[in-house]
Design a protein. Structure first.
Length: 316
């Protein structure tokens, strides 16, 4: 069988580079390339895309829109990593663990929107609990998300790795203070929420890894909900998944432990944990913002779209 032809548009960015790293050693993949001087030439991009089986877009929103307008009708699968198509119902949403409809969409539709990094953690924690009717769709969520600085792209990476660097970069920094973070629309759309969460993203002085924490008050959950039933709902929802796993419930140990945001750095999986007590419950998603939060998820979607084992080429 001939290798699948894959074209990464925007391969020089953080996500594009990581996708390239995951694919370059695979014998079932032939990576198509473009001359550096033609990277923004839509006609050249379109000519290469016409020969590809899969095209990844690792571009700003406006550039993705412009190129999709040109090549959107081509036979190739398109996997877009920008925010622009994540709430578009004509596009598959690239989180197959959410159910057969999502997995089937990735398999069948030509266009796939790759989830955002913070959004992946929020959705992984919230969607199963809304679907199981433990959490109402109008729940007043407050969510924190701690990420490594690589999530900010090349400019932020350069800021943090400059020597000497700015004094304030040595400490955690909260951002998105206006509550208009670009990942909130997809979280509401995918989870079926009627109200936007209060969302507090924090960037810190380490390269990669993400820890999203969703807090729940028992009095606002469905009758009879406890820490154990929340854990059971998540464990049942993700049972059989090779990418997203739920840690065993071990409250006595977990509640006195540290939860390391970089624990899954350089991997493509996600681990969900439940901590707290029966009155105040916390659901945590730990993963790599560059893995399951970006390039790893994109490669997983490509594998599913091509009919390959979804974990092919991933680090779990």
């Amino acid at each position: 069988m001939n290798p699948y032809k894959v074209f990464i548009v925007g391969h020089e960015g953080t996500t594009g580079l990581r996708i390239h790293e995951r694919l370059q050693g695979r014998k079932d993949i032939e990576l198509l390339s473009i001359e550096d001087g033609d990277r923004k030439n839509i006609d050249k991009i379109a000519a290469i895309a016409k020969t590809a089986d899969v095209v990844f877009f690792c571009l700003p929103d406006s550039a993705s829109k412009d190129i999709v307008a040109v090549i959107g009708d081509y036979d190739c699968k398109i996997i877009d990593t920008s925010t622009v198509f994540r709430t578009d119902t004509d596009w598959a949403y690239g989180f197959p663990e959410l159910g057969d409809d999502y997995r089937g969409g990735i398999q069948e539709k030509k266009h796939i929107a790759n989830p955002g990094c913070h959004a992946s953690g929020m959705i992984a924690c919230i969607a199963p609990l809304v679907k199981s009717d433990i959490v109402p769709s109008d729940y007043p969520f407050t969510i924190t998300s701690l990420t490594g600085y690589s999530g900010g792209g090349k400019e932020m990476i350069n800021q943090y790795e400059l020597s000497p660097k700015d004094y304030f970069l040595y400490a955690p920094r909260q951002y998105g203070l206006g509550q208009g973070h670009k990942h909130l629309p997809e979280v509401m759309h995918v989870c079926g929420l009627t109200d936007a969460p209060i969302f507090m993203p924090i960037v810190d002085d380490y390269y990669s890894g993400m820890e999203v924490t969703v807090g729940l008050h028992k009095r606002l959950l469905s009758s009879g909900s406890t820490l154990k039933t929340v854990h059971q709902a998540l464990d049942t929802f993700y049972k059989g998944s090779k990418i997203v796993t739920v840690a065993p419930l071990n409250v006595a140990e977990d509640n006195k432990s540290f939860l390391d945001a970089n624990r899954l750095s350089n991997t493509d999986g996600m681990v969900i944990s439940v901590t707290g007590n029966d009155d105040r419950i916390m659901v945590h998603a730990v993963f790599d913002n560059l893995g399951k939060g970006a390039s790893g998820a994109a490669v997983q979607c490509m594998n599913i779209a091509l009919g390959l084992p979804e974990e092919t080429g991933l680090s779990l």
